[in-house]
Design a protein around this ligand. Sequence first.
Ligand SMILES: Nc1nc2c(ncn2[C@@H]2O[C@H](COP(=O)(O)OP(=O)(O)O)[C@@H](O)[C@H]2O)c(=O)[nH]1
Ligand SMILES: [Mg+2]
Length: 175
Amino acid sequence: MVGGGFGAGKTTFVSAVSEIPPLSTEAEITAFSETTDDLTHLDGKTTTTVALDFGRRTLGDHTLYLFGTPGQDRFWFMWDDLVRGAIGAVILADTRRLADAFASVDFFENRQLPFVIAVNHFDGSHQHTTDEIRDALALNGSVPVLHLDARDKENCRDALVAVVEHRLALTLATP
Ligand SMILES: Nc1nc2c(ncn2[C@@H]2O[C@H](COP(=O)(O)OP(=O)(O)O)[C@@H](O)[C@H]2O)c(=O)[nH]1
Ligand SMILES: [Mg+2]
């Protein structure tokens, strides 16, 4: 699963890494959503994911199905179904709006789904160190933190490998 706040780069991530044309349910942002969707720092963003992003990516002999969660919490009723059977999650964090990642961190922690934090560097954003991110998000020491550009397909593939490896390490550690 690909989580993170509104505008953190979920749709971009799924589009970059998917080997099939990603299914995305984008809609134009209209004046109606101005009061609900916070567009601070998101000057170029004119569409929003209404339901989810879906993609597929093969790693070695295994195929991962990618579900990008909708950023807006009014669609969270869907997440409980999506999380069933998931291997893990990549949570995208925009350092200009780090607090937007809290809800995803809470969600996956509560459901005990292993996750990695992928810090998505936007132009002009402060380069936080991994320790700063770890502190700010109150992450448990074992949670991997990586840095990426969600437009770069190799970066995104590395993030998928990281979440699969993290999940395997946790599964092997708990008999
Ligand atoms: N500079 C920069 N822009 C990005 C990056 N990732 C996403 N964007 C842009 O940020 C905006 C929001 O991304 P989007 O994928 O729609 O976010 P979502 O709401 O999480 O699905 C889009 O205009 C993207 O083109 C990145 O790593 N660097
Ligand atoms: Mg989106």
